[in-house]
Design a binder for this molecule. Sequence first.
Ligand code: C2E
Ligand code: CA
Ligand code: CA
Ligand code: CA
Length: 275
Amino acid sequence: AKKSGRDQAKAYTPLMQAEFLAKAQREHDFKKALANKEFVTYYQPLVDLKTERTIGFEALARWEITPGNFIPPDQFVALAEETGNITELTEQLLRLACRDALEWPSHITLSFNISPIQMSDKQLATRIMSILAEVGFPAERLEIEITETALLRDINVARLTLRKLKDEGINIALDDFGTGYSSLSQLCNFPFDKLKIDKSFIDTFQLNGKQEKAILAVLSLASALDVKVVAEGIEHVSQLIRLQELGCDIGQGYLLGKPMPQANLKKTVPWAIQD
Ligand code: C2E
Ligand code: CA
Ligand code: CA
Ligand code: CA
């Protein structure tokens, strides 16, 4: 009975077959979309919480499979990683984002996400620099966002890559801060310019006094290390006001602006008038 049970577990059920085919289909669609350059980037404002002005935008990748129907970026970034196409996807997106950002006022920065797997790529800094050169986008206006897990994969390659990027004038932000393992040592050992407090802290911080104390501690640590702090996922005015009172430098979230296509930036964001 034991043996047949194991055999049964190994057999392909119709459901497994369907899942396999669906996955194969998604991978096929992904490769086709990549070949046709169907991926686009939306932009979400980063707002200086003192002046309440937009100081930059984070590029967020979008794959619109049918009009109004999007596959979330974490899903197709994972697909790109699984199919060995993450370098190609990133290069397409960075090229697009830099071209768009060239049309913004020159004081507005571009933040761009790099997937953890790419931090093990020894050529990463070179690839980024060659796209900046190709598009003519100044390194000083680019900020790379990486997560803590990215640093743990291959700490020596990561350190070298970040050093190269910093030397070129690119800023580095530590994304999803507070959700990883060794936040504190990484803050001291890597050349970060910013840290982004994860949305999960912002969601609950007024409901729970401890969360607010954690944010205060992060703010004081960041200030001691001369690192700016971004609060992600601000959705309510009460959160915004409290973060301003606590002295948080920069905010991001639906309240301040949703991710939007380049064509909508001018309509929605006041810098267009001020510049
Ligand atoms: P992330 O870098 O932490 O980006 C923040 C996510 O939170 C974005 O989701 C954004 O749309 C969403 N968000 C911003 N403000 C709010 C808010 O007030 N409320 C809520 N509920 N959500 C908010 P999105 O665009 O779906 O991206 C998800 C993740 O996919 C990103 O998380 C990032 O890890 C990854 N990603 C996006 N674009 C790229 C890319 O070009 N390359 C790579 N490697 N990863 C990307
Ligand atoms: Ca990010
Ligand atoms: Ca984040
Ligand atoms: Ca995140």
